[in-house]
Design a protein around this ligand. Structure first.
Ligand code: ATP
Ligand code: MG
Ligand code: MG
Ligand code: MG
Length: 390
């Protein structure tokens, strides 16, 4: 199945069950949101999960591009991306958790053809004042899907305060051998879908109370589902990454981990730029700048003459299409090339300065401040140049 077919199957399934399609949000959060980027499908729904009536009703479904800076260090493994797409469904004070799990199982089995013997669930087994999630436990038991009980790993919250509750995560076996172990004992169980029951609210003093309405929030990773349906070994083997992987391999022949990081950072940057983010020294722009510079650093480690201007237009178009994006905020390619030029210039000027400093011994905080204020060299760049010279 292509990403479009997976998305269509998911959305149709929930539409047939009374869910209305919620329009997708930008990655860029509005100024009153304390968080820089949309991190999940539920994120823009926060006020409605807390009780405000949603204009589209109590059953919603959507597709949402997401960005998690917290996952950056994991990018390069087989399942984590910086920017990814999340397929989501919600019950805003309507049906309960077991109903959501039953539908989830039905969609996996009948819509996507994932058989029960490749599935494993995890369920909240109780932690502190809250007891085990017996509803989910019984439901999985009736469906015949094996369950592993955990503690806080299956307690969902979106920060220190706000809605929270137990969740049940669904894993699919991705190994070449018949399934063994459980999600916590064998990494070949990959999480594809999370069903959260938001029933509690934590206040500013850390006290847990009931939430005004009981919600269900689910999120499925599109690229992970694609990997499951292709029987691939990583999310980079699917249609979503095909032109990036082909192009980067042909141009630069990097090792596997570099290939994954470079493809992730390129695709993620294209989506961020298309949502209006531009490289800068603070906030969202700094996240983008770091992403681009990390990627260039990886590419230049083996050959400093490599340049993004060798990238053809196809992977760019493919990503914009895949994310249903236009070029209203300008051409992502131009932004990448401009940032490459700046970074190259900065390195050229910075190298001799940093090596002079290095010969005098370890750098002090004052040295870092001076290099930043006078030469425009940020600390992480100076550290990079120091390692390079070592
Ligand atoms: P993991 O434990 O694998 O890091 P998670 O529990 O942090 O995932 P959720 O917050 O439950 O993820 O998000 C819902 C779904 O979104 C996950 O089940 C997964 O399919 C997908 N997902 C989450 N993070 C990523 C990511 N960095 N890249 C790709 N897909 C992701
Ligand atoms: Mg995670
Ligand atoms: Mg998880
Ligand atoms: Mg999860």
């Amino acid at each position: 199945m292509t990403p479009e077919q997976i998305t269509g199957t998911f959305v149709d399934f929930y539409r047939e069950r009374g869910h209305l399609l919620l329009p997708e949000s930008s990655l860029v959060r509005p100024p009153d949101d304390p968080v820089l980027f949309t991190t999940s499908g539920m994120h823009p729904l926060t006020p409605y999960l807390e009780g405000r009536p949603h204009p589209l009703g109590r059953r919603l479904v959507n597709v949402q591009r997401c960005l998690r800076t917290t996952d950056l260090d994991e990018v390069g493994d087989s399942t984590h991306l910086t920017v990814f797409q999340m397929l989501g469904s919600w019950s805003l004070g309507d049906y309960d958790g077991p109903r959501s799990l039953r539908w989830g199982y039905e969609l996996l089995r009948d819509g996507f053809g994932v058989e029960r013997d490749r599935l494993h669930a995890t369920v909240f087994g109780g932690d502190g004042p809250v007891g085990p999630d017996t509803g989910s436990l019984e439901t999985w038991g009736e469906l015949g899907v094996p369950v592993e009980l955990t503690g806080h790993e299956n307690w969902w919250s979106n920060g220190p305060t706000g809605p929270c509750g137990p969740d049940s995560e669904i894993f699919v076996w991705t190994g070449d051998t018949p399934p063994t172990g459980t999600p916590t004992t064998d990494r070949r169980w990959m999480e594809v879908w999370n069903h959260v029951q938001m029933r509690y609210h934590r206040d500013g003093d850390g006290r847990l109370g009931p939430l005004r309405q009981h919600n269900v929030d689910t999120g499925m990773g599109l690229e992970r589902m694609e990997m499951v349906l292709r029987g691939g070994r990583s999310v980079f083997e699917g249609e979503s990454f095909r032109p990036w992987v082909r192009t980067v391999t042909t141009l630069w022949q990097p090792d596997e981990e570099t290939l994954r990081r470079v493809c992730d950072h390129l695709r993620s940057s294209v989506v961020m730029i298309s949502d209006g983010v531009r490289p800068s020294t603070t906030g969202r722009g700094y996240v983008l700048r770091r992403l681009i510079r990390r990627m260039l650093t990886q590419l230049w480690r083996d050959d400093p003459s490599r340049t993004l201007s060798d990238l053809p237009g196809e992977p760019f178009r493919h990503t914009l299409d895949g994310f249903r994006l236009g070029t209203g905020f300008g051409d992502p390619r131009d932004v990448l090339l401009d940032e490459e030029r700046r970074f190259r210039g900065l390195l050229r000027r910075g190298r001799p300065v940093v090596s002079r400093y290095r010969s005098r011994g370890p750098l002090t905080d004052e040295d870092y401040r001076y290099l930043h204020d006078t030469h425009g060299l940020p600390r992480d760049l100076v550290d990079g140049l120091l390692t390079e010279a070592a």
